[in-house]
Design a protein around this ligand. Structure first.
Ligand SMILES: [Zn+2]
Length: 146
């Protein structure tokens, strides 16, 4: 029997470990797909521009098929968890900005003694990132730039 992997499992497999930043990317990627809607033409390319480099980027490579190699994933380093999604031949774009309250959970405290404590803190952070209300998680700006 073949059990298909969930999108979350696919992302974690590709990324190589489980961390709060990949959870952030996973959620941003899914919100973006919902907001963008259906791809206008089969040849349309989704381009993602991130304003900071982090583990989150790997979620876009899997869920949005925005790969770094094809130039569909760009980083414009600005130290902000702000992500721009746009289809190559349309003028609609979606900007998702993750809110500060969420970003506080990306850093696992350094004073944790055991591996178990670090693991628990990581799982709690992921849970928080994935389950917080959407309006507590990010702001979504959708615009037509032409
Ligand atoms: Zn990571």
């Amino acid at each position: 029997m073949c059990i298909e992997k969930t999108p979350w499992e696919q992302v974690i497999d590709f990324h190589g470990h489980t961390c709060p930043e990949i959870a952030l990317g996973y959620r941003v990627a899914q919100i973006a797909m919902r907001e963008l809607g259906i791809k206008p033409t089969p040849s349309t390319e989704l381009v993602v521009t991130a304003q900071t480099h982090s583990c989150a980027l790997d979620a876009f490579q899997i869920l949005n098929h925005a790969t770094f190699g094809r130039g569909a994933l760009k980083v414009d380093e600005n130290k902000q968890h702000k992500y721009l999604f746009e289809y190559s031949d349309t003028s609609v774009r979606v900007t998702i900005t993750v809110l500060p309250k969420i970003l506080e959970h990306l850093v696992i405290p350094e004073n944790l003694a055991t591996r178990r404590e670090i693991q628990n803190a990581t799982l709690e952070a992921i849970q928080f990132i994935l389950s917080s209300e959407e309006n507590m998680f990010c702001t979504i700006q959708k615009d037509d730039h032409q």
